[in-house]
Design a protein around this ligand. Structure first.
Ligand SMILES: C[S@@+](CC[C@H](N)C(=O)[O-])C[C@H]1O[C@@H](n2cnc3c(N)ncnc32)[C@H](O)[C@@H]1O
Length: 210
């Protein structure tokens, strides 16, 4: 995995996050543009639209669609994991900048009826805290070999869940390959922040070739 090193040069943590998040997205955008495709963006966690307000100054956006669970005038209020598999097939960038786990989004994207030919996916994976019992999504626990039986025996609770945190990333990042997407590039912004890790992937639909 290529590390991307960001040099934020700023003190505040939220600004630091902003800069590393931008670096990941710039890297993916260049990939998409270099492949001759246009930038059709779905911002699944729009928030204050800070990232894409900056990125649209730097790159030509063919289209942009942003939603959030927080209501705002003129914006669709929805859990974006419910529509991530219903976007136009031409979508080339899906931005999943959640505060928590991006697994429901990633699963919906990979399992959905709409197959994205070639898509950049930016992922924020929040850290699980000691109190975060059950915070590892079930699908990931199963991939890790933590079946019901084992989970009950181990009493997989908050503090243990937090200890398992460092093992979950490969399983999350592996999900697309289980659903016939090739990961043709993957990067992580380093160093990670104390609260999250930031990844970017380019996915290509294997089924389109056959
Ligand atoms: C870290 S902020 C995103 C910041 C944003 N990228 C920006 O540039 O301002 C996370 C946002 O994701 C939203 N969110 C979290 N889970 C969501 C979901 N399942 N569907 C839609 N929005 C979600 C939250 O309401 C919050 O506004």
């Amino acid at each position: 995995m290529n590390p991307i090193t960001a040099h934020p040069g700023r003190k505040r943590t939220d600004n630091y996050n902003e800069e590393v998040k931008l670096e990941i997205r710039r890297y993916l955008i260049k990939h998409i543009i270099d492949s001759g495709r246009k930038l059709n963006v779905f911002d699944a966690c729009q928030g204050d639209r800070i990232l894409w307000t900056q990125l649209e100054k730097e790159f030509p956006l063919e289209s942009y669609f942003g939603v959030d669970t927080k209501s705002q005038r003129g914006r669709l209020t929805i859990d974006s994991s419910r529509i991530i598999d219903k976007l136009p097939e031409e979508t080339t960038f899906i931005d999943i900048d959640t505060w928590g786990s991006p697994v429901p989004h990633l699963l919906a994207l990979c399992k959905g009826k709409t197959r994205y030919d070639y898509v950049g996916v930016a992922l924020t994976i929040g850290m699980i805290t000691r109190r975060g019992a059950g915070a590892i999504p079930k699908e990931i626990q199963y991939l890790m070999g933590l079946t019901d039986n084992i989970r009950i025996r181990m009493k997989l609770q908050g503090p243990l869940t937090a200890k398992l945190q460092k093992y979950i990333y490969p399983y999350i990042l592996y999900l697309p390959t289980l659903h016939d997407y090739d990961i043709i590039d993957i990067v992580e912004a380093v160093p990670p922040s104390r609260t999250a890790r930031y990844f970017g992937m380019i996915l290509q639909d294997q089924r389109k070739d056959t």
